[in-house]
Design a protein around this ligand. Structure first.
Ligand code: DGJ
Length: 731
């Protein structure tokens, strides 16, 4: 790779010798450099992260050898050294020594392919046989770096890991502005943007399961001033882990920002026997000198190529039964929903919760969870019949499962009380009337695998599985783990879950998998490699989704963001929203429906059929295009965004009003994602009244330059008004 050829004059393959001199290690992508330096002492420091340096070796000319300020820029900070700060790593050795002092051993560079270069830096404690390899995987085209750490205990005694971050970075700028995304059930991914002064800010989850319901494991850190969409210096990052996590931001007395990210050490001390090693999850990060939009587009491109299952395959339109039927259905009703969905042009019908349990029928959330046999009084002909029925109607069939959970009122709880996560000698705390199965236990992993595998093996035509998880950990305690390994529970649980996903995906590679956890409780890059999409939120209200999807899109791509048109008034918020607005919002993600079609009027059915058809025509732009967030709903009570193909020859623009604007106060949207040198025809689509124009220039041709600089004027100003434009290059 010419990065290294230009830096060292040779391509380093295999471990290089211990460097007596200061040595720099640049981790580079096409546009960025992260520069590390080995000091005289063998310690490793961060020297730079930003736009790509032409001559990173110049850093060596400007170093006051290992001075005290440099010491605070350790590349992987450890406990008991220079830093009285939050550190990336802390371990306790068998003799009780809690300190670690890592020294450089060598580094290895591997060119994995034309786009990926992996740099592994080998470190060793200077007094103990504890080894740490710092890995940086650089994705050239996407300007993304992944960092993770492998810790190996080659000592004679056990080492206990107390803190084991995946990522550590120190930056020094004038000001720091942090954007992060907090939430709760039905209001996930709410934006919080704040200035971080001296002290510590921690974003974490201690829930064990459903960890992104309250805070997402991602952030944008703007340097010096709050960044705009296309302006300002930003570092954005996300952790690929579905268990407890911790993102820590500490500003020290020199105004240096120390960022560490990784698994949450909370109640998670991890023991390594001699010879054991521990790999941390990956932390993915990117840098932009031109605002947050660049970070989002980098993440989306990277995710579609590397982090999302089948990221380049178009996603089908889904109708999910939950809000249309809840637990109240029988065979006739499901057949009717399947037929109606098919006639709307929907491609997959998904049967949600309530189809199983006989001794304890699942007619509400109080019973039956864990008993994965079809409920023969509700569905006497079984799931196979519905799959066949769907096939006859020319639509695919999908099914909901929640295999990690159990109702106390179930045959499973009667048969396997030892599989339930519980606090010894204490009453179990129930949440949604249910308890958690202990996925740290291989027998439980086997049960969960078999539950889903049996359904898919018996019904090979099932095309889609919605995998739900509706509670988090409160009853800390595993009857599988020994007394001195109880603190491994939440890490082993998540690893157990991933191993089940892995086995299922290998055996059933063509089944689409949706990750859901009471809505958006598992929207993270740990889950996504096993899934095609996530259920963004149980809040299906279009108005709320404008904000939630705006924030979800900061890191997660549209192709994975399930967004369903639901009934009026909305079941969660009671908002009444025009059907057009519901479609215009849902069409910015993976479009679906979440209602009973039999309750719709003939006009609504007609409009829906047309909108679904339009979506099928334009979905490649939404699924594979680059996102530009144009008008922020946090700024002007209206929002606009666009998706544009990489060739910039096709684009779709969406505009929404989120609060009343007075007469003539229309909306200007500058289409910054276009090519100024191309010519485009702009046409309004998804219209209700064919005669009414929300964009007076609809059907006309404009230069890209004009559309970028002056933009389009959308005649929308009343609450819930919305518009959608198709922009096509004219050659
Ligand atoms: C929570 C999910 O988010 C909903 O979509 C639905 O599947 C229910 N669980 C079913 O219990």
């Amino acid at each position: 790779m010419n990065i290294l050829i230009s830096t060292f004059g040779i391509l380093l393959m295999g471990f290089s010798p211990l460097w007596a001199k200061q040595v720099i290690i640049p981790v580079e992508t096409s546009g960025k450099s992260l520069v590390l330096m080995v000091g005289h002492s063998g310690e490793l420091f961060h020297k730079y992260y930003g736009d790509r340096l032409q001559t990173p070796e110049d850093i060596l000319k400007d170093i006051v050898a290992d001075n005290r300020r440099d010491m605070t820029f350790e590349a992987y900070s450890t406990f008991g050294k220079h830093n009285p700060f939050e550190v990336a790593f802390k371990a306790t050795h068998a003799d009780g020594n809690m300190t670690t002092d890592l020294r450089y051993q060598g580094h290895e560079t591997q060119k994995l392919d034309n786009n990926r270069v992996l740099i592994s830096i080998s470190m060793k404690d200077d007094a103990y046989d504890l080894h740490v390899v710092l890995n940086y995987l650089a994705y050239q085209a996407e300007d993304i770096i992944e960092s993770w750490v492998v810790i190996e205990n080659r000592e004679n005694g056990e080492v206990v890991l107390d803190n084991f971050s995946s990522f550590d970075l120190v930056v020094k700028e004038k000001e720091y502005w942090l954007s992060h995304y907090y939430g709760a059930w039905a209001s996930e991914m709410q934006l919080e943007e704040e200035r971080i002064g001296k002290g510590i800010k921690i974003i974490d989850s201690k829930k064990g399961v459903r960890t992104t319901q309250s805070e997402n494991a991602s952030f944008m850190l703007s340097l010096n001033h709050p960044a705009e969409e296309e302006d300002g210096e930003v570092i954005g990052g996300a952790l690929a882990w579905s268990g407890n996590y911790r993102l820590c931001f500490q500003v020290d007395s020199l105004n240096q920002m120390h960022i560490t990210a990784g698994m949450n050490p909370y109640a998670s001390a991890y023991h390594l026997k001699p010879g054991d090693s521990f790999e941390t999850p990956k932390f993915i990060f990117s840098h932009s000198s031109n605002g947050k939009g660049v970070i989002s587009r980098n993440f989306h491109r990277w995710a579609r190529r590397y982090a999302l299952r089948d990221g380049n395959t178009p996603r089908p339109v889904v109708l999910n039964s939950w809000e249309g039927a809840y637990f109240d259905f029988d065979e006739k009703k499901i057949e009717q929903m399947i037929s109606d969905a098919a006639s709307l042009g929907v491609e997959i019908f998904v049967l949600d919760d309530g189809w199983f349990g006989n001794k304890y029928p699942r007619n509400n959330d109080k019973a039956g969870l864990g008993d994965w046999q079809v409920n023969t009084s509700k569905l006497p002909k079984g799931i196979g019949h519905l799959v066949d029925y769907a096939a006859k109607e020319n639509i695919k069939f999908g099914i909901w499962v929640e295999p990690e959970m159990v109702n106390p009122k179930s045959e499973l709880a009667e048969q396997h009380p030892d599989w339930i996560v519980s606090r010894p000698h204490r009453e179990p705390i129930l949440m949604r009337q249910q308890l958690l199965l202990d996925l740290s236990n291989p027998d439980v992993q086997e049960f969960v695998f078999k539950t889903v595998d049996d359904i898919l093996t018996e019904n090979p035509e099932i095309a889609y599985v919605k995998w739900d998880a509706n509670r988090h950990v409160q009853n800390w305690g595993s009857s599988w783990l020994p007394a001195d390994r109880q603190s491994h529970f939440v890490i082993d649980y998540t690893r157990g879950l991933y191993s089940v996903y892995e086995r299922l995906n290998t055996k059933h590679p063509d089944v689409i998998l949706q990750v859901c956890s009471s809505g958006g409780g598992r929207v993270d890059y740990g889950s996504l490699p096993f899934h095609h999409e996530f259920w963004t939120s149980d809040n299906t209200d279009a108005w709320s989704r404008i904000y939630q999807q705006w924030n979800t899109s900061q890191f997660y791509p549209a192709i994975a963001m399930a967004s369903h048109v639901s009934a009026n008034p909305n079941h969660q918020t009671k908002h009444v929203t025009p059907l057009k607005a519901r479609f215009d919002v849902s069409m910015t993600g993976r479009l679906g429906m979440e209602l009973q079609p039999a309750d719709m009027t003939p006009e609504e059915l007609k409009y829906s059929k047309k909108a679904i058809n339009t979506y099928k025509r334009i979905r490649h732009i939404v699924h594979q295009g680059d996102l530009y967030r144009l008008n922020s709903p946090y700024r002007e009570n209206r929002a606009a965004l666009m998706y544009v193909t990489p060739a910039k020859d096709q684009a779709i623009v969406f505009g929404y009003v989120t609060r009343f604007h007075s007469r003539n106060d229309y909306m200007t949207v500058k289409l910054t994602g276009l090519n100024p040198d191309k010519t485009y025809k702009v046409t309004e689509i998804n219209k209700v009244d064919p005669k009414k124009k929300l964009f007076t220039g609809s059907g006309k041709t404009f230069s890209g330059d004009y559309l970028i600089k002056r933009g389009v004027q959308l005649k929308i100003r009343l609450l819930h008004e919305s518009a959608m434009l198709e922009v096509l290059e004219v050659k």
